[in-house]
Design a protein around this ligand. Structure first.
Ligand code: ADP
Length: 485
């Protein structure tokens, strides 16, 4: 896939996902608002009904009291109630009116109606005057208000727990439920209802109600949307991951192509040298000169060695494909193996005018490794130090071993080469990774050496880290577990 195609796909998908999420958010917001509105309407209806019920209850109570009083003549009654009482008895009052001669039933009913209206007027008047003088906590008893609220809210489909308070015109609390929070008085979620709206303005009281769990209730209403949002987010994460993989894969393909190019180049040079030597051998004059023959055999020898080294590297790469490398672990003395490598490598370093110092100070250096691969590891690191040396100054290469703890051996390989930038340092152990900048990239490589080194060190249960300063030095530190004898 082309890079531009991946980018195009990314942009389209990002736009799609953001729109999807945006639409879901808008929908959620609408649902919450609608639910909030329904809730508010329900509460308002309930509060209205409570206020109305209180008024009705008060009126009923008054009438009841009035009737009770009328049943007890001793307690004193007004003129109308006497008449009500009289109405009950057959021999006096209105009851006796029916006995009056000449009055039609029509007139009798009219009389009765007039009388009852007057009675009601009287009741209403005294109701207004009496109730006005009663304190609000008696007119709207807290238990009664609580019950009424519960019933009315339930009939409007609201079963949430609530807290309420009755406050007077000045805002002072007359009574409140235990958990009513006065600080939330002016909150937009506190509902207010005037109690006994017919009272004079000076004596007006308010019922304030709020629902501590209202938020949860609203959130509950969007529960169905949450899974779809989570799914969208999961989809988005998966998509981002896929794009990252696509980019990585693209990079890996490029690296593999580089690798093939390099490999071809690395193989071509020794092959052409050998074929040139073979052609020379065909020449009679060459064959007659033993000096020339010696030279040609030397060239063939060197070039085959080089070829073998390249093949070895490709083989090292193939190790990555095997899930588990087949290693022959054996106990070896790291000091003596390293010493052996140094002896052969010293010449190479000196040929470049450099110096190779060894400080193999570890007293206990017995480790369990595959000797062939361990040698390759040390060799690769030394070889890199030579490859990436700074041409401006003679190479100073040092190898040291030390016991850092009772259980671990530390091997440090340090050089004064071109160094590695911090960003690259993080990636040099990646497969096919090569530092793309710097003046040394006339040096051919596969970007596999360090990946192989790391894999092997890990196979030996050890770890490797690199420290470097650009233009100054590079240090590789290997820690390997000691085998206890
Ligand atoms: P290769 O040498 O084939 O490129 P390696 O995996 O051995 O691959 O190294 C990866 C990169 O790390 C190299 O391309 C090089 O830039 C950098 N590097 C490795 N060793 C050194 C070193 N001693 N000094 C400076 N740079 C180094």
């Amino acid at each position: 896939m082309k890079k531009t195609t991946i980018w195009l796909l990314t942009i389209i998908m990002v736009i799609t996902f953001t729109s999807l999420l945006y639409m879901q958010l808008i929908y959620t917001k609408n649902v919450v608002e609608l639910r909030d509105e329904q809730f508010t309407q329900g509460v308002k209806r309930s509060l209205n009904a409570v206020s109305r019920s209180l008024e009705l209850a008060e009126t009923k109570q008054y009438l009841l009291n009035d009737m009770l009083q009328s049943d007890m003549p001793a307690m004193g009654r007004n003129s109308f109630t006497i008449m009500i009482g009289a109405d009950d008895e057959d021999d006096s009052g209105l009851g006796s009116m029916s006995l009056l001669p000449g009055k039609s039933w029509r007139e009798r009913i009219r009389d009765q109606y007039t009388y009852k209206r007057a009675l009601l007027d009287e009741v209403v008047l005294s109701l207004i005057s009496q109730s006005n003088s009663l304190p609000i906590q008696e007119r709207a008893d807290s238990a009664l208000v609580s019950d009424m609220l519960k019933t009315e809210l339930a009939s409007n489909g609201i079963t949430l727990p609530f807290e309420f308070a009755v406050v007077n015109r000045m805002g002072a609390v007359v009574y409140k439920t235990h958990n009513y929070n006065v600080n939330l008085d002016n909150d937009r979620n506190t509902f207010v209802q005037v109690l006994f709206p017919s009272d004079s303005r000076a004596r007006v009281n308010y019922l304030k109600v709020y629902f501590p769990d209202k938020r949860d209730y609203l959130i509950h209403s969007i529960k169905v949307i949450i899974p779809s949002m989570i799914l969208t987010i999961i989809l988005l994460v998966m998509f981002i991951y896929t794009i990252i993989v696509a980019f990585r894969q693209k990079k890996l393909t490029e690296m593999k192509n580089d690798f093939i190019n390099n490999m071809t180049h690395e193989f071509k040079t020794p092959i052409s040298s050998i074929s040139l030597a073979a052609q020379m051998l065909n020449d009679n004059s060459v064959r007659k000169s033993p000096k020339m023959l010696e030279h040609i055999s030397g060239v063939i020898n060197d070039e085959t060695k080089r070829l073998r080294f390249q093949v070895e590297k490709v083989l090292q790469m193939s190790m990555f494909n095997n899930q588990k490398a087949t290693l022959r672990l054996q106990e070896v003395d790291a000091n003596s193996v390293i010493q052996g490598i140094i002896n052969t490598f010293k010449l190479k370093v000196e040929r470049y005018g450099g110096q190779l110092n060894a400080e193999l100070n570890a007293e206990d250096a017995i480790i369990a490794v595959d000797e062939m691969h361990f040698t390759n590891v040390i060799f690769n690191l030394l070889d890199n130090a030579v490859k990436y040396r700074d041409e401006e100054r003679p190479l100073q290469l040092s190898v040291s071993t030390a016991d850092v703890s009772d259980s671990h051996l530390q091997i440090v390989i340090a050089d004064n080469g071109i160094g590695i930038r911090k960003d690259d340092l993080k990636r040099i152990f990646d497969k096919f990774y090569r530092v793309s900048t710097g003046n040394r990239h006339d040096v051919k490589g596969f970007g596999l050496g360090l990946a192989y080194v790391k894999k092997m060190v890990n196979e030996f249960d050890g770890e490797i880290t690199a420290e470097s300063e650009l233009g100054k030095e590079t240090k590789f530190i290997i820690k390997l577990p000691l085998t206890k004898i």
